[in-house]
Write a protein that binds this ligand. Sequence first.
Ligand code: ADP
Length: 372
Amino acid sequence: MKIGILGGGQLGRMLLQQAANYTVETYVLENDEQCPAAHLCHHFVKGDIKDFDTVYNFGKGLDALTIEIEAVNVEALEKLESEGIRIYPRPSAIKTIKNKILQKRFYEENNIPTPEFKLTFNTADLQNHLDFLPAVHKLGEGGYDGKGVQVLLDQKDFDKAFNEPSILEKMVKIKKEIAVIVAINDKGETVIFPPAEMVFDPVLNLLDYQLSPAKLDDKVLWKAEAIAISVVKHFESAGLFAVELFVDFDDDVLVNEIAPRVHNSGHHTIEANYSSQYDTLWRIMLGYPFGNTDAILPSAIVNILGADGFSGEAKYDGLDEILGMDNVFVHLYGKSHTKPGRKMGHVTIVHKDYQDLTYKANKIKHTLKVVA
Ligand code: ADP
């Protein structure tokens, strides 16, 4: 079987690490020849994943295709799908998810709980929604990693707003942010991974670390799982999806957004679950039965980000100390250059005791530094 991945970042890299356990010929399309996935595939093709002809020509000889980023040429995928190439997930799902306006409408049409929202086409439109503040302004297309998201507390924040089609979302009083990965195969069978919870730095509001399984009351857990499965089924597509959810102080569960692909909230599943998110996607694409997605043990993920003030060839300070710790798994993404905030790798910690996870997560955050 010949299977292609659009995009060559760390998600593609980890997907390829798992592919080595199966009989599959792998192809990667990406512009950067030094990208994290370039050296782990059988065939690297240099090219723009946003260009129609490039994506079409890349995909036409393959059996199946998947993505590791949503910013791809969907029209080319639609044509490939019409010619019998299997795409995970289907282009129709990618199209909806890629644009936050379409994504929110999709939730509305399918009665999926999600924060209330208004549509804005330019900053002038915001004047019509003063009574809707405080709110979060989100760029319709092109935002990622918090870029394309602005908190608008009052009119004074309007200079930070987007002058392009966007959604204005009611500010939710968030008790917990969780993510649930759901996978669907060609037969329509589903599996779900235990939710992960994000633990945020109260000062910087950057993702500090992640714990999994999330500590949730049973009722909230059931609600989250039911919503995640329901929303993913509505896409009518096989594939693997990460559903990001808010739990508010009334214990209501709301869909924030969905990624139609393997996701950073599932990195820990490599070591902490019997079958990882990457393994699960291969099983879907290769037509194999699902594995067990349960957690073997609780786990934490700490992202390794480029330190502030350092740009250039990456150097990892404190790596020996981290590698000397028990139950700690280091993943470096093979990016030769660091810059402030760049995702350079992650560390997964596995332990039966949440206190141990939290202690080690903090220790790692303070010990490991990416400098230049
Ligand atoms: P991105 O796609 O860039 O990750 P998100 O839509 O996930 O953007 O928003 C980034 C963060 O902003 C979320 O993780 C959450 O902490 C905060 N946020 C987003 N929407 C809301 C909202 N409606 N109310 C409160 N906080 C929000």
